[in-house]
Design a binder for this molecule. Structure first.
Ligand code: G3P
Ligand code: MG
Length: 271
């Protein structure tokens, strides 16, 4: 999966909106929530599994516990991915740590504990990986508080070329940009389900590095417009390399996949 580890200096056309951003390429493939096909999502084990499988980058979700601790977690509740029940945002760190977050996936992962952002960043740094960190804003929560708790830590641990902070939450991204106005020092990715008409105004205002879309809702014309404007285009969650194949021709830069191994030998760079 050599093409998944592309992180070399590579130039591409940039619009004036992003001309001061670094021009390092993101990888072709990013492991979604770690290697979530083979390990419990958003855990240290899932990131180790992604690394062992050859992935250079992972996508992970981050949100805040009741005591303000940033943790790596996707859902608003702990019901699906732990042995507990209830809302994540009501737990303090000690309560969250009592949960088993591995056994729901497979008994082999029993005893896995919820990862704090600090722990996860340390692991990613040690492994030399890149990170697409998704700010997951829980309903009713403060977007600035999320960005302030997360972005400085991530920037302190990882170089700019190995970090993309993304979110569906425009206010969270605005808060992130306010913390670091220089787009060369902080790459931001605007996440959408279906990319709306106003995407470019959003991207310019944010000085975004990348636009991220649900691949099943992306159109060729939108993809080509995003690339013509000089942004990176990243799609989630692609698990079938054959149905995804046409999108590479549209200019999509990277796919976020539960199992990047499935794309081995099936990337545009491979043919
Ligand atoms: O960042 C891409 C993707 O992770 C967004 O959706 O729900 O899997 O976090 P979700
Ligand atoms: Mg995500």
């Amino acid at each position: 999966m050599s093409a998944s580890s592309i992180d070399a200096s590579e130039t591409s056309p940039r619009s004036s909106a992003v001309s001061s951003s670094p021009t390092l390429a993101p990888p072709r493939l990013i492991a979604h929530r770690g290697l979530s096909a083979s390990a419990p999502e958003n855990t240290l084990a899932a990131v180790r599994a992604a690394h062992e499988a050859g992935s250079a980058w992972v996508e992970l979700d981050v949100q805040l516990l009741a005591d303000g601790t940033p943790v790596i977690w996707h859902d608003a509740s702990v019901n699906r991915c732990s042995n507990g029940r209830g809302r994540l945002a009501k737990l303090c760190l000690a309560e969250a740590r009592r949960l088993d977050v591995g056994a729901w996936f497979d008994a082999a992962f029993a005893g896995e504990r919820m990862a704090t952002l600090d722990e996860m960043l340390a692991l990613i740094k040690t492994l030399g990986m890149g990170l697409n960190l998704e700010l997951k804003l829980a309903r009713g929560h403060d977007p600035a508080a999320l960005a302030e708790a997360v972005v400085p830590k991530a920037m302190a641990m990882l170089p700019a070329a190995r970090l993309i902070v993304s979110s569906f939450s425009g206010p969270s991204l605005n808060a992130a940009r306010a913390l670091e106005p220089d787009p060369a020092r902080l790459r931001l990715g605007r996440l959408y389900d279906k990319i709306p008409k106003g995407w470019e105004a959003d991207a310019i205002r944010l000085e975004a590095f990348s636009v991220h879309s649900d691949w099943t809702r992306l159109t060729e014309s939108r993809a080509r417009a995003i690339k013509a404007a000089g942004y990176r285009l990243i799609c989630y969650t692609a698990n079938d390399p054959l149905t995804f194949a046409p999108l590479w021709q549209w200019g999509v830069d990277a796919a976020i996949s539960d199992d990047p191994r499935r794309f081995a030998g099936r990337l545009p760079d491979d043919v």
